[in-house]
Design a protein around this ligand. Structure first.
Ligand SMILES: *Cc1c(COP(=O)(O)O)cnc(C)c1O
Length: 401
């Protein structure tokens, strides 16, 4: 999006503000489907925890997407947005058996990642098809080496426990209709991903009635100059080839599924915040913005480096700034970052603010969550109102003392 459009939107809807470009989301969706065009049954389930606004869900539904959900509430939001139960997959971790039961009763595909739950579920509902989330114990190392270091991850059923899984399946007579993996690490090296895929294929051979193989996500998007990005087209080419040959070997037509979050929405998002103060100390120039980790926690939580632009002065002379928030503890967005000269009252724009930004926002310091705007067809549409004081107190019960 153009700085002038973002500035106009900030003018119209106020700061701080999240803006999402609909065209970018559609492009990313189409790019992924194009990369796997040779797969007859491709299914993309948007991992909605990245950004769960109803209008965004509707936009992705229109693209043809399904949904990947991790809580009963996400399932409910998905249904509310118009997704039918058969377009939703539930991939929880550590939730109660009751929650899984409740979701299964809605007709949503269940993905189980725990032996005890598998046994319990299979015993109680042997007729409900279930997908199994495996942990292939493959981790992409920084220098593209293959390691089995992920052994301690809480996600998935270890491939070393497959004999136990098979015993449960046999004893309960349950129907396993899918095998899934999502390691949570970025796909930096396609060969490493394909190596993990081989483990999934190997596992899949042990189940005769599969309908789909789900390769999770891990598509990496660049956050700053020089960042590695997953080469989707190369991945599409290589995995498609291997998938088609596996399908032949398996002797049954299968759906290839992915559940991208970040890839679909990260680059579509912009977070806009006004500069309240510029503070020169003996060694640093701080730009203090009208926000904090209550609105955007990724830099503090994960060390994510969101590119920051000064859209009020995009052509200004660059200087070094440490961009901080207004929260009463350390909340540094960027350290000594080169940014066009900042004046108090300028609007800064954080890029890659579509995924895990608004959805992780809180009311810390009793601040309102920002508004959200969808930029579509050259116009900004308000999709979430800014909170008000009423929102802050609506669930509180004032006890007479
Ligand atoms: C969060 C999550 C995803 C999405 O991951 P991204 O890195 O945002 O693409 C996919 N699958 C599962 C099971 C997840 O928990």
């Amino acid at each position: 999006m153009q700085p002038k459009d973002l500035l106009a939107i900030a003018e119209e809807f106020g700061n701080p503000l999240y803006v999402y470009d609909a065209a970018t989301i559609e492009q990313q969706y189409n790019r992924l489907t194009a990369a796997f065009a040779k797969v007859e049954n491709l299914r993309l389930n948007y991992a909605m925890k990245a950004l769960s606004n109803l209008t965004i869900l509707k936009l992705l539904k229109k693209c043809g997407s399904g949904l990947d959900t991790v809580s009963m509430q996400e399932v409910q939001l998905g249904l509310h947005a118009g997704f039918t139960a058969d377009k939703i997959i539930f991939t929880p971790n550590g939730v109660s058996f009751e929650e899984i039961e409740e979701v299964a009763k809605l007709g949503v595909q269940i993905n189980i990642d725990n032996l005890s739950i598998l046994e319990h579920f299979g015993t109680k509902y042997p007729k409900v098809p279930v997908c199994i989330r495996i942990n292939p114990h493959v981790m992409a190392g920084g220098n593209a080496n293959i390691s089995v270091g992920h052994i301690d991850s809480k996600f998935g059923i270890s491939i070393y426990q497959m004999p136990h899984v098979l015993r449960i399946v046999e004893n309960t007579g349950m129907h396993i209709n899918g095998i899934h993996m999502h390691t949570g690490s970025d796909i930096l090296d396609i060969e490493v991903f394909l190596y993990a895929a081989e483990i999934l294929f190997d596992t899949a051979k042990q189940f005769k009635q599969l309908d789909f193989l789900d390769f999770g996500s891990g598509f990496k998007v660049p956050y700053k100059k020089g960042d590695i990005e997953t080469n989707i087209e190369e991945l599409g080419k290589k995995l498609t080839k291997r998938f088609l040959s596996f399908e032949k070997e398996y002797g049954r037509s299968l759906t290839l599924a992915f559940e991208p979050g970040k890839f679909l929405v990260s680059e579509a998002g912009y977070f806009l915040a006004k500069v309240n103060v510029v503070k020169q100390t003996t060694s640093t120039v701080f730009a203090g913005i009208d926000s904090g980790f209550n609105h955007l926690i990724r830099p503090m939580l994960y060390g994510s480096q969101h590119t920051i632009e000064n859209i009020s002065n995009p052509k200004g002379k660059e200087r070094f700034y440490t961009v901080v928030g207004y929260i009463c503890e350390t909340d540094t967005f960027a350290n000594n970052r080169r940014i066009p000269e900042i004046k108090e009252g300028d609007t800064l724009c954080f890029k890659n603010a579509g995924a895990y930004c608004f959805s992780m926002a809180s009311n810390y310091n009793s601040r309102f969550k920002p508004a959200e705007v969808l930029w579509k067809d050259g116009k900004g549409h308000l999709i979430t109102k800014r909170e008000t004081f009423e929102d802050l107190i609506k669930n509180q019960i004032e006890v007479a003392l």
